[in-house]
Ligand binder design. Structure first.
Ligand code: GUN
Length: 295
C-alpha cells in the first residue's frame, strides 16, 4: 500500500499488467503472439527513454515488439511508407509513432495514416471521434485512459464531481475531458477544461474535487490552488535545471508536490503516478488489438 494519501501508480499499473499478461497467455495458447511496433524519428532524448521503457514492458508481459528508428531527416513520404508497410503486416497488431515528430513532418497526417484497428495510441481521427461519441469500440489514448483507471482503482468517485483539467493538449487535456464527461460509469463528471487564456484560473482550481494538471508548467499547482481534501493528479513531465544533479537537470511535474500533498485528500507522486499507467494502458490496448484481429 502507498503511504498516507499517495495514489501508487506503480502498484496499480502492476495490477493491470497481471491482468494483461493473462490475456497474452490466452492469446499465445491459441497461437497468436501480440505484436507492437514503435516508430521513433530522430534522437529526442525523452522519446528514447519512453520508447525504451515501453519496449521493456512489452517484453516483460510476453508481447513481441520491434523499434524502428528513423533519422531526423526522414521525409514525410518515407515515414508514411513505413506506416503503410506496418499496416499490412499481419504480425503487427499495434503501431505507435512516438510524439513529437520533427517539425517538417505533419503529425496529423502521420496519425491519420495508422490503420484505426492498429492505432493503440488512440490518435487516429476515427478513434478520437469514437471517444467523443462514447463508442467503446475504439482505442482510447493511453495517458487519459490511465488517469481514469487510477481514479477508479484508488476509489475516487467521479459521478457528479467537479473535475478541473489544466491544459488543452490533444494527448491529455482534450481526450480526458471527453472521457470524464461521458454519460457512463466511472465518468459523469462536470468537467472544466482550463488553459493559458482562462480568466481567473485560481477560482476554477479551488472549486475542483479532482484537479488534474497536464499543462506542462513546472510546479504550477501551488497549495493555494487546491481545495483541502481534493484529489490531485499530476500528469506533467518537465525537465528543469538542477545544479546539484549529475547531468545538471531534473524532472518535475506540474504540481508543487511538497506543499500540495499535506492538503490534498489524495495525490499522485511524480514519478510513480500517471507515467506507469500510460504504459499499462498501451499494453492493454495492444493486447485488445490482437484479440480483435484474431477473433
Ligand atoms: N508523447 C507523449 N505522450 C505520448 C503518447 O501517449 N504516445 C505517443 N506516441 N507519443 C507520446
Amino acid at each position: 500500500m502507498a503511504p498516507g494519501n499517495l495514489i501508487d501508480g506503480r502498484a496499480i499499473a502492476e495490477q493491470l499488467h497481471t491482468e494483461t499478461a493473462q490475456r497474452v497467455a490466452a492469446l499465445k495458447a491459441r497461437g497468436v503472439l501480440p505484436g507492437l511496433v514503435f516508430v521513433r524519428v530522430g534522437e529526442d532524448p525523452a522519446s528514447r527513454v519512453y520508447v525504451g521503457m515501453k519496449a521493456k514492458t512489452s517484453a516483460r508481459l510476453g508481447l513481441w515488439s520491434d523499434t524502428q528508428v528513423l533519422p531526423e531527416t526522414t521525409s514525410e513520404a518515407e515515414l508514411l511508407a513505413l506506416i503503410e508497410k506496418l499496416n499490412r503486416d499481419p504480425r503487427v497488431h499495434g503501431i505507435l509513432v512516438q510524439a513529437p515528430v520533427p517539425s517538417h513532418i505533419r503529425a496529423s497526417l502521420v496519425y491519420s495514416a495508422v490503420k484505426p484497428e492498429k492505432d493503440v495510441d488512440g490518435f487516429h481521427p476515427v478513434n478520437v471521434g469514437k471517444l467523443m461519441l462514447g463508442d467503446a469500440s475504439g482505442f482510447r489514448p493511453c495517458t487519459p485512459a490511465g488517469v481514469q483507471e487510477l481514479l477508479i482503482r484508488s476509489g475516487v468517485p467521479t459521478d457528479g464531481a467537479e473535475v478541473v483539467i489544466l491544459g488543452r493538449g490533444d494527448i491529455v487535456g482534450k481526450p480526458l475531458t471527453s472521457i470524464l464527461c461521458q454519460k457512463a460509469k466511472h465518468a459523469n463528471a462536470t468537467v472544466t477544461l482550463c488553459h493559458s487564456r482562462t480568466r481567473d484560473l485560481a477560482a476554477h482550481c479551488r472549486r475542483a474535487d479532482i484537479l488534474i494538471a497536464a499543462m506542462g508548467v513546472p510546479e504550477f499547482v501551488k497549495a493555494g490552488l487546491v481545495k483541502p481534501g481534493a484529489t490531485v493528479i499530476d500528469v506533467g513531465v518537465n525537465r528543469v535545471p538542477d545544479p546539484a544533479a549529475k547531468d545538471g537537470s531534473k524532472l518535475v511535474g506540474d504540481v508543487a508536490f511538497a506543499e500540495v500533498q499535506p492538503i490534498a485528500g489524495k495525490i499522485t507522486p511524480n514519478p510513480g503516478g500517471v507515467g506507469p499507467m500510460t504504459i499499462a494502458m498501451l499494453m492493454q490496448n495492444t493486447v485488445r488489438a490482437a484479440e480483435l484481429a484474431s477473433r
